[in-house]
Write a protein that binds this ligand. Structure first.
Ligand code: EPZ
Length: 416
Protein backbone atom coordinates (compact mmCIF):
# COMPACT_ATOMS: atom_id res chain seq x y z
CA UNK A 1 0.00 0.00 0.00
CA UNK A 2 1.05 3.58 -0.57
CA UNK A 3 0.80 4.33 3.17
CA UNK A 4 2.53 4.50 6.57
CA UNK A 5 1.24 2.92 9.80
CA UNK A 6 2.15 4.62 13.09
CA UNK A 7 1.37 3.46 16.62
CA UNK A 8 1.54 6.68 18.66
CA UNK A 9 2.75 7.46 22.19
CA UNK A 10 6.49 6.76 22.14
CA UNK A 11 8.86 9.44 23.45
CA UNK A 12 11.57 9.87 20.81
CA UNK A 13 15.18 9.19 21.81
CA UNK A 14 18.45 8.68 19.96
CA UNK A 15 19.95 10.22 16.86
CA UNK A 16 19.34 10.29 13.14
CA UNK A 17 21.28 11.73 10.22
CA UNK A 18 19.67 14.52 8.21
CA UNK A 19 19.69 13.97 4.42
CA UNK A 20 20.98 16.44 1.81
CA UNK A 21 18.73 19.35 0.97
CA UNK A 22 16.03 18.77 -1.68
CA UNK A 23 15.57 22.47 -2.39
CA UNK A 24 19.31 23.00 -2.76
CA UNK A 25 19.95 19.84 -4.84
CA UNK A 26 17.33 20.66 -7.48
CA UNK A 27 18.71 24.08 -8.54
CA UNK A 28 22.30 22.81 -8.30
CA UNK A 29 21.41 19.91 -10.64
CA UNK A 30 19.77 22.41 -13.01
CA UNK A 31 22.93 24.54 -12.84
CA UNK A 32 25.09 21.65 -14.13
CA UNK A 33 23.51 22.39 -17.54
CA UNK A 34 25.60 25.58 -17.62
CA UNK A 35 28.83 23.58 -17.39
CA UNK A 36 30.24 21.63 -20.34
CA UNK A 37 31.71 18.51 -18.74
CA UNK A 38 31.05 16.31 -15.72
CA UNK A 39 30.01 17.72 -12.31
CA UNK A 40 29.90 15.54 -9.20
CA UNK A 41 27.22 16.36 -6.62
CA UNK A 42 27.71 14.75 -3.20
CA UNK A 43 24.97 14.19 -0.57
CA UNK A 44 22.22 14.40 -3.17
CA UNK A 45 19.09 13.02 -1.45
CA UNK A 46 17.51 9.81 -2.73
CA UNK A 47 14.01 11.28 -3.25
CA UNK A 48 11.54 11.21 -6.11
CA UNK A 49 11.90 14.90 -6.96
CA UNK A 50 15.63 14.36 -7.55
CA UNK A 51 14.83 11.20 -9.53
CA UNK A 52 12.53 13.23 -11.82
CA UNK A 53 15.13 15.98 -12.19
CA UNK A 54 17.77 13.42 -13.22
CA UNK A 55 15.34 11.93 -15.74
CA UNK A 56 14.75 15.38 -17.17
CA UNK A 57 18.50 15.95 -17.52
CA UNK A 58 18.86 12.60 -19.27
CA UNK A 59 15.99 13.46 -21.62
CA UNK A 60 18.00 16.55 -22.62
CA UNK A 61 21.00 14.40 -23.55
CA UNK A 62 22.97 14.48 -20.30
CA UNK A 63 24.72 11.33 -19.05
CA UNK A 64 23.73 10.76 -15.44
CA UNK A 65 25.27 8.17 -13.10
CA UNK A 66 24.56 7.64 -9.43
CA UNK A 67 26.45 5.91 -6.59
CA UNK A 68 24.15 6.18 -3.58
CA UNK A 69 24.17 9.91 -2.72
CA UNK A 70 26.87 10.85 -5.27
CA UNK A 71 25.43 11.99 -8.60
CA UNK A 72 27.56 12.64 -11.71
CA UNK A 73 26.10 14.73 -14.54
CA UNK A 74 27.96 14.86 -17.86
CA UNK A 75 26.43 17.56 -20.07
CA UNK A 76 28.97 17.34 -22.91
CA UNK A 77 26.40 15.60 -25.16
CA UNK A 78 23.54 17.99 -24.32
CA UNK A 79 21.34 17.86 -27.41
CA UNK A 80 17.67 18.46 -26.66
CA UNK A 81 15.87 21.57 -25.50
CA UNK A 82 12.30 20.30 -25.53
CA UNK A 83 11.37 19.12 -22.08
CA UNK A 84 9.13 16.01 -22.02
CA UNK A 85 5.62 16.95 -20.88
CA UNK A 86 5.23 14.00 -18.50
CA UNK A 87 8.32 14.98 -16.47
CA UNK A 88 7.37 18.66 -16.47
CA UNK A 89 3.90 17.75 -15.24
CA UNK A 90 5.22 15.60 -12.43
CA UNK A 91 8.05 17.93 -11.52
CA UNK A 92 6.93 21.52 -10.96
CA UNK A 93 10.51 22.45 -10.28
CA UNK A 94 11.30 21.76 -13.94
CA UNK A 95 10.73 25.51 -14.39
CA UNK A 96 14.17 26.05 -12.85
CA UNK A 97 15.73 24.41 -15.91
CA UNK A 98 14.46 27.30 -18.02
CA UNK A 99 17.20 29.82 -17.25
CA UNK A 100 20.02 27.29 -17.53
CA UNK A 101 18.78 25.83 -20.83
CA UNK A 102 18.38 29.29 -22.36
CA UNK A 103 21.91 30.17 -21.30
CA UNK A 104 23.40 26.95 -22.66
CA UNK A 105 21.20 26.11 -25.66
CA UNK A 106 19.53 29.41 -26.49
CA UNK A 107 16.06 27.86 -26.70
CA UNK A 108 13.55 25.88 -24.63
CA UNK A 109 10.06 24.61 -25.23
CA UNK A 110 7.98 23.26 -22.37
CA UNK A 111 4.46 22.89 -21.10
CA UNK A 112 3.34 25.07 -18.24
CA UNK A 113 4.29 23.26 -15.02
CA UNK A 114 1.11 22.37 -13.14
CA UNK A 115 -0.03 24.11 -9.98
CA UNK A 116 -0.48 22.03 -6.87
CA UNK A 117 -2.71 21.87 -3.84
CA UNK A 118 -0.80 24.58 -1.97
CA UNK A 119 -1.37 27.20 -4.62
CA UNK A 120 -1.67 28.13 -8.31
CA UNK A 121 2.09 28.66 -8.46
CA UNK A 122 2.11 30.71 -11.67
CA UNK A 123 5.30 31.45 -13.61
CA UNK A 124 4.40 34.96 -14.81
CA UNK A 125 7.31 36.58 -12.99
CA UNK A 126 9.77 34.07 -14.45
CA UNK A 127 8.65 34.84 -18.02
CA UNK A 128 8.45 38.62 -17.51
CA UNK A 129 11.96 38.83 -16.06
CA UNK A 130 13.48 36.61 -18.77
CA UNK A 131 11.86 38.72 -21.49
CA UNK A 132 13.71 41.71 -20.03
CA UNK A 133 16.98 39.80 -20.61
CA UNK A 134 16.22 39.48 -24.33
CA UNK A 135 14.35 36.19 -24.32
CA UNK A 136 11.58 35.91 -26.92
CA UNK A 137 8.75 33.85 -25.51
CA UNK A 138 5.77 32.68 -27.54
CA UNK A 139 3.02 31.28 -25.36
CA UNK A 140 0.13 29.02 -26.30
CA UNK A 141 -2.58 27.16 -24.40
CA UNK A 142 -0.36 24.35 -23.12
CA UNK A 143 2.99 26.01 -22.75
CA UNK A 144 5.60 28.19 -24.45
CA UNK A 145 8.69 28.34 -26.66
CA UNK A 146 11.54 30.59 -25.51
CA UNK A 147 14.45 31.74 -27.67
CA UNK A 148 17.46 33.85 -26.72
CA UNK A 149 20.31 34.40 -29.20
CA UNK A 150 22.22 36.22 -26.49
CA UNK A 151 21.05 36.74 -22.93
CA UNK A 152 21.87 40.24 -21.75
CA UNK A 153 22.39 41.33 -18.18
CA UNK A 154 19.79 43.78 -16.83
CA UNK A 155 18.71 45.18 -13.47
CA UNK A 156 15.60 43.45 -12.13
CA UNK A 157 13.36 45.17 -9.58
CA UNK A 158 11.01 42.32 -8.68
CA UNK A 159 7.51 43.04 -7.25
CA UNK A 160 8.08 40.55 -4.43
CA UNK A 161 10.54 37.89 -3.30
CA UNK A 162 10.38 34.58 -5.18
CA UNK A 163 12.79 31.72 -4.58
CA UNK A 164 12.23 30.16 -8.00
CA UNK A 165 12.46 33.43 -9.92
CA UNK A 166 15.70 34.31 -8.10
CA UNK A 167 17.12 30.89 -9.01
CA UNK A 168 16.08 31.13 -12.66
CA UNK A 169 17.55 34.62 -13.05
CA UNK A 170 20.84 33.58 -11.44
CA UNK A 171 21.07 30.66 -13.90
CA UNK A 172 20.23 32.89 -16.86
CA UNK A 173 22.68 35.61 -15.74
CA UNK A 174 25.95 33.78 -15.01
CA UNK A 175 26.81 33.37 -18.75
CA UNK A 176 24.88 36.44 -19.98
CA UNK A 177 26.53 39.51 -21.52
CA UNK A 178 27.11 42.17 -18.89
CA UNK A 179 25.86 42.71 -15.38
CA UNK A 180 22.60 41.46 -13.85
CA UNK A 181 21.18 42.82 -10.62
CA UNK A 182 18.39 40.94 -8.83
CA UNK A 183 16.47 42.90 -6.19
CA UNK A 184 14.76 41.92 -3.97
CA UNK A 185 16.48 38.54 -4.29
CA UNK A 186 15.37 35.62 -2.15
CA UNK A 187 17.86 35.00 0.67
CA UNK A 188 16.95 31.38 1.41
CA UNK A 189 19.93 29.14 2.23
CA UNK A 190 19.19 27.23 -0.98
CA UNK A 191 19.90 30.39 -2.97
CA UNK A 192 23.19 30.89 -1.10
CA UNK A 193 24.13 27.25 -1.78
CA UNK A 194 23.35 27.65 -5.49
CA UNK A 195 25.53 30.78 -5.63
CA UNK A 196 28.38 28.97 -3.82
CA UNK A 197 28.15 26.11 -6.33
CA UNK A 198 28.29 28.54 -9.27
CA UNK A 199 31.09 30.61 -7.71
CA UNK A 200 33.16 27.42 -7.27
CA UNK A 201 32.62 26.80 -11.01
CA UNK A 202 33.88 30.29 -11.91
CA UNK A 203 30.76 32.50 -11.83
CA UNK A 204 31.01 36.16 -10.81
CA UNK A 205 28.37 36.62 -8.08
CA UNK A 206 28.42 39.14 -5.20
CA UNK A 207 25.86 40.00 -2.52
CA UNK A 208 25.30 36.33 -1.58
CA UNK A 209 22.99 36.13 1.43
CA UNK A 210 21.63 39.63 0.85
CA UNK A 211 18.49 40.72 -1.01
CA UNK A 212 20.62 42.30 -3.78
CA UNK A 213 22.57 39.91 -5.98
CA UNK A 214 24.99 41.25 -8.59
CA UNK A 215 26.12 38.85 -11.31
CA UNK A 216 28.86 39.69 -13.82
CA UNK A 217 28.44 37.39 -16.83
CA UNK A 218 31.48 35.21 -17.69
CA UNK A 219 32.42 33.27 -20.83
CA UNK A 220 32.25 29.79 -19.36
CA UNK A 221 32.16 27.75 -16.18
CA UNK A 222 34.24 24.68 -15.32
CA UNK A 223 33.16 21.32 -13.86
CA UNK A 224 33.24 20.99 -10.06
CA UNK A 225 32.64 18.51 -7.25
CA UNK A 226 30.18 19.96 -4.73
CA UNK A 227 28.73 18.81 -1.41
CA UNK A 228 25.04 19.61 -0.77
CA UNK A 229 24.42 20.67 2.87
CA UNK A 230 21.75 19.00 5.02
CA UNK A 231 18.06 19.76 4.54
CA UNK A 232 16.78 22.38 7.01
CA UNK A 233 13.14 21.42 6.40
CA UNK A 234 13.74 17.72 7.02
CA UNK A 235 15.66 18.68 10.17
CA UNK A 236 12.73 20.89 11.18
CA UNK A 237 10.36 17.99 10.59
CA UNK A 238 12.18 15.70 13.05
CA UNK A 239 12.56 18.64 15.44
CA UNK A 240 8.77 18.94 15.58
CA UNK A 241 8.50 15.17 16.07
CA UNK A 242 10.46 15.61 19.31
CA UNK A 243 8.45 18.72 20.23
CA UNK A 244 5.24 16.67 19.89
CA UNK A 245 6.32 13.48 21.64
CA UNK A 246 8.94 14.69 24.11
CA UNK A 247 12.20 12.84 24.59
CA UNK A 248 15.70 13.79 23.54
CA UNK A 249 17.06 13.49 20.00
CA UNK A 250 20.24 14.48 18.19
CA UNK A 251 19.78 15.57 14.56
CA UNK A 252 23.15 14.87 12.99
CA UNK A 253 24.29 17.43 10.36
CA UNK A 254 21.19 19.61 10.96
CA UNK A 255 22.14 23.11 9.69
CA UNK A 256 21.62 25.20 12.84
CA UNK A 257 22.74 28.38 11.10
CA UNK A 258 19.89 28.06 8.56
CA UNK A 259 17.17 27.39 11.15
CA UNK A 260 17.31 30.32 13.57
CA UNK A 261 13.66 31.39 13.21
CA UNK A 262 12.49 27.78 13.57
CA UNK A 263 14.66 27.10 16.64
CA UNK A 264 13.50 30.34 18.26
CA UNK A 265 9.85 29.24 17.86
CA UNK A 266 10.61 25.79 19.26
CA UNK A 267 12.30 27.32 22.32
CA UNK A 268 9.41 29.77 22.82
CA UNK A 269 7.14 26.71 22.94
CA UNK A 270 9.25 25.15 25.70
CA UNK A 271 11.51 22.74 23.83
CA UNK A 272 15.22 22.94 24.66
CA UNK A 273 17.65 23.41 21.76
CA UNK A 274 21.44 23.06 21.79
CA UNK A 275 23.32 23.79 18.57
CA UNK A 276 26.49 21.71 18.35
CA UNK A 277 29.16 21.77 15.65
CA UNK A 278 27.78 18.65 13.93
CA UNK A 279 24.06 18.93 14.59
CA UNK A 280 21.26 19.97 16.93
CA UNK A 281 20.29 18.43 20.30
CA UNK A 282 16.52 18.71 20.89
CA UNK A 283 14.78 17.79 24.16
CA UNK A 284 11.42 18.21 25.83
CA UNK A 285 7.85 18.58 24.67
CA UNK A 286 6.45 21.86 23.35
CA UNK A 287 4.01 22.77 26.12
CA UNK A 288 3.82 26.57 25.94
CA UNK A 289 1.81 28.83 23.67
CA UNK A 290 3.29 31.23 21.11
CA UNK A 291 2.05 34.57 22.45
CA UNK A 292 2.32 36.37 19.11
CA UNK A 293 1.18 33.55 16.89
CA UNK A 294 3.29 32.30 13.99
CA UNK A 295 3.56 34.14 10.66
CA UNK A 296 5.32 32.54 7.70
CA UNK A 297 7.66 34.73 5.65
CA UNK A 298 10.56 34.52 3.24
CA UNK A 299 13.98 33.88 4.76
CA UNK A 300 15.13 34.66 7.40
CA UNK A 301 11.49 34.62 8.53
CA UNK A 302 9.66 31.44 9.54
CA UNK A 303 9.62 29.02 6.54
CA UNK A 304 6.24 28.21 5.00
CA UNK A 305 7.45 24.61 4.52
CA UNK A 306 7.35 24.05 8.30
CA UNK A 307 4.00 25.75 8.85
CA UNK A 308 1.99 22.49 8.91
CA UNK A 309 4.54 20.86 11.23
CA UNK A 310 4.26 23.67 13.78
CA UNK A 311 0.48 23.61 13.48
CA UNK A 312 0.67 20.04 14.81
CA UNK A 313 2.98 21.11 17.65
CA UNK A 314 0.56 23.93 18.50
CA UNK A 315 -2.41 21.53 18.46
CA UNK A 316 -0.58 19.30 20.97
CA UNK A 317 0.78 22.09 23.18
CA UNK A 318 -2.40 22.36 25.28
CA UNK A 319 -2.74 26.08 24.46
CA UNK A 320 -4.57 28.19 21.86
CA UNK A 321 -2.58 29.71 19.05
CA UNK A 322 -2.81 31.00 15.50
CA UNK A 323 -0.78 30.70 12.30
CA UNK A 324 -0.78 33.11 9.37
CA UNK A 325 0.35 31.79 5.96
CA UNK A 326 1.65 34.65 3.84
CA UNK A 327 3.50 32.82 1.02
CA UNK A 328 1.01 30.37 -0.53
CA UNK A 329 -2.73 30.85 -0.90
CA UNK A 330 -3.86 27.35 -0.02
CA UNK A 331 -1.52 25.78 2.49
CA UNK A 332 -4.01 24.72 5.19
CA UNK A 333 -5.13 21.52 3.45
CA UNK A 334 -3.96 19.49 6.45
CA UNK A 335 -6.60 21.04 8.76
CA UNK A 336 -9.52 18.67 7.99
CA UNK A 337 -7.22 15.67 8.43
CA UNK A 338 -5.91 16.92 11.79
CA UNK A 339 -9.52 17.53 12.90
CA UNK A 340 -10.27 13.88 12.11
CA UNK A 341 -7.56 13.07 14.66
CA UNK A 342 -9.29 15.22 17.29
CA UNK A 343 -7.69 18.62 16.67
CA UNK A 344 -9.85 21.76 16.95
CA UNK A 345 -8.65 24.13 14.21
CA UNK A 346 -10.62 26.74 12.28
CA UNK A 347 -9.43 28.59 9.17
CA UNK A 348 -10.38 32.19 8.46
CA UNK A 349 -8.71 33.56 5.34
CA UNK A 350 -4.92 33.41 5.71
CA UNK A 351 -5.11 32.45 9.38
CA UNK A 352 -5.64 29.12 11.12
CA UNK A 353 -6.79 29.29 14.75
CA UNK A 354 -5.72 26.32 16.88
CA UNK A 355 -7.64 25.51 20.09
CA UNK A 356 -6.56 23.08 22.83
CA UNK A 357 -8.17 19.63 23.02
CA UNK A 358 -7.40 16.62 25.19
CA UNK A 359 -4.79 15.40 22.68
CA UNK A 360 -5.08 13.56 19.35
CA UNK A 361 -6.27 10.04 18.57
CA UNK A 362 -5.28 7.68 15.79
CA UNK A 363 -7.18 7.78 12.48
CA UNK A 364 -6.86 6.99 8.79
CA UNK A 365 -5.78 10.28 7.22
CA UNK A 366 -4.81 11.37 3.71
CA UNK A 367 -1.63 13.20 2.74
CA UNK A 368 -2.52 15.86 0.15
CA UNK A 369 0.99 17.26 -0.46
CA UNK A 370 4.57 16.85 0.69
CA UNK A 371 4.94 18.84 3.92
CA UNK A 372 1.33 18.34 5.05
CA UNK A 373 1.86 14.60 4.66
CA UNK A 374 4.96 14.73 6.87
CA UNK A 375 2.99 16.74 9.43
CA UNK A 376 0.31 14.02 9.58
CA UNK A 377 3.03 11.46 10.35
CA UNK A 378 4.31 13.69 13.17
CA UNK A 379 0.76 14.10 14.52
CA UNK A 380 0.31 10.31 14.48
CA UNK A 381 3.50 9.86 16.55
CA UNK A 382 1.83 11.73 19.43
CA UNK A 383 -1.73 10.45 18.88
CA UNK A 384 -3.24 7.75 21.04
CA UNK A 385 -3.56 4.49 19.10
CA UNK A 386 -2.87 3.58 15.51
CA UNK A 387 -2.91 5.90 12.50
CA UNK A 388 -2.57 5.22 8.80
CA UNK A 389 -1.28 8.04 6.58
CA UNK A 390 -2.17 7.34 2.94
CA UNK A 391 -0.64 8.81 -0.26
CA UNK A 392 2.88 8.17 1.01
CA UNK A 393 4.21 9.05 -2.47
CA UNK A 394 3.76 12.74 -1.64
CA UNK A 395 6.09 12.33 1.36
CA UNK A 396 8.61 10.36 -0.71
CA UNK A 397 9.04 13.47 -2.89
CA UNK A 398 11.08 15.12 -0.14
CA UNK A 399 12.06 12.53 2.49
CA UNK A 400 14.57 9.75 1.73
CA UNK A 401 13.10 7.39 4.33
CA UNK A 402 10.90 9.05 6.96
CA UNK A 403 9.99 5.69 8.54
CA UNK A 404 13.66 4.70 8.94
CA UNK A 405 14.64 8.08 10.44
CA UNK A 406 11.75 8.04 12.91
CA UNK A 407 12.26 4.34 13.77
CA UNK A 408 15.88 5.19 14.60
CA UNK A 409 14.44 7.70 17.08
CA UNK A 410 12.22 5.08 18.71
CA UNK A 411 8.93 5.58 16.86
CA UNK A 412 6.64 2.60 16.28
CA UNK A 413 6.27 3.17 12.52
CA UNK A 414 6.27 1.02 9.39
CA UNK A 415 5.35 1.07 5.72
CA UNK A 416 1.76 -0.16 5.20
C1 EPZ B 1 10.25 27.22 -3.46
O1 EPZ B 1 9.09 27.18 -4.27
C2 EPZ B 1 10.33 25.86 -2.76
N1 EPZ B 1 10.45 24.80 -3.76
C3 EPZ B 1 9.08 25.63 -1.93
O2 EPZ B 1 9.24 24.38 -1.24
C4 EPZ B 1 8.98 26.74 -0.90
O3 EPZ B 1 7.80 26.58 -0.14
C5 EPZ B 1 8.96 28.10 -1.61
O4 EPZ B 1 10.14 28.23 -2.45
C6 EPZ B 1 8.94 29.28 -0.64
O5 EPZ B 1 10.06 29.19 0.19
C7 EPZ B 1 11.67 24.49 -4.24
O6 EPZ B 1 12.67 25.11 -3.90
C8 EPZ B 1 11.75 23.35 -5.22
P1 EPZ B 1 8.24 31.07 -4.71
P2 EPZ B 1 8.84 28.36 -5.38
O7 EPZ B 1 8.47 31.36 -6.14
O8 EPZ B 1 10.14 28.79 -5.93
C9 EPZ B 1 4.28 33.27 -6.22
C10 EPZ B 1 8.66 22.20 -0.59
O9 EPZ B 1 7.78 21.76 0.17
N2 EPZ B 1 4.82 33.34 -7.59
O10 EPZ B 1 9.15 31.69 -3.69
O11 EPZ B 1 7.80 27.89 -6.31
C11 EPZ B 1 3.99 31.83 -5.78
O12 EPZ B 1 2.73 31.41 -6.28
C12 EPZ B 1 8.33 23.30 -1.56
O13 EPZ B 1 9.85 21.78 -0.59
C13 EPZ B 1 4.10 34.07 -8.55
O14 EPZ B 1 3.04 34.62 -8.29
O15 EPZ B 1 8.24 29.49 -4.44
C14 EPZ B 1 4.00 31.93 -4.28
O16 EPZ B 1 2.72 32.38 -3.83
C15 EPZ B 1 6.87 23.73 -1.48
N3 EPZ B 1 4.60 34.14 -9.82
C16 EPZ B 1 5.05 33.02 -4.02
O17 EPZ B 1 5.29 33.67 -5.27
C17 EPZ B 1 5.78 33.54 -10.18
O18 EPZ B 1 6.19 33.65 -11.36
C18 EPZ B 1 6.39 32.48 -3.53
O19 EPZ B 1 6.72 31.41 -4.39
C19 EPZ B 1 6.49 32.82 -9.19
C20 EPZ B 1 6.00 32.74 -7.90
Amino acid sequence: MDAIRIYGGNCLKGQTKIQGSKNASLPVLAATLLINGTCEIENCPYISDVFHMLRLLESLGCKVTREENLVRVDTSQLSECDMPADSVGVMRSSIMLLGALLARMGSVSMEYPGGCVIGKRPIDLHLRALRRMGVEIVENEEGFCAQAANLRGVSHELPFVSVGVTENLILAAVLAQGRTVIHPAAREPEIQILCEFLQSAGAGITGIGTDRLVIEGVQRLHPVRFHVPADRIVAGTYLTACMCTGGRVFLQDAPCQHMQSVLACAESMGTRIVCEKDGILVSGRACKCLDNGLVTACYPGFPTDLQSLFMVAMALSGHSGWIEETVFENRFRIVPELCRMGADITVQGARAYVHPTGGLHGAIVEAKELRGGAALVVAALAAKGTSIVTNRHYIDRGYEDITLNLRELGADIELA
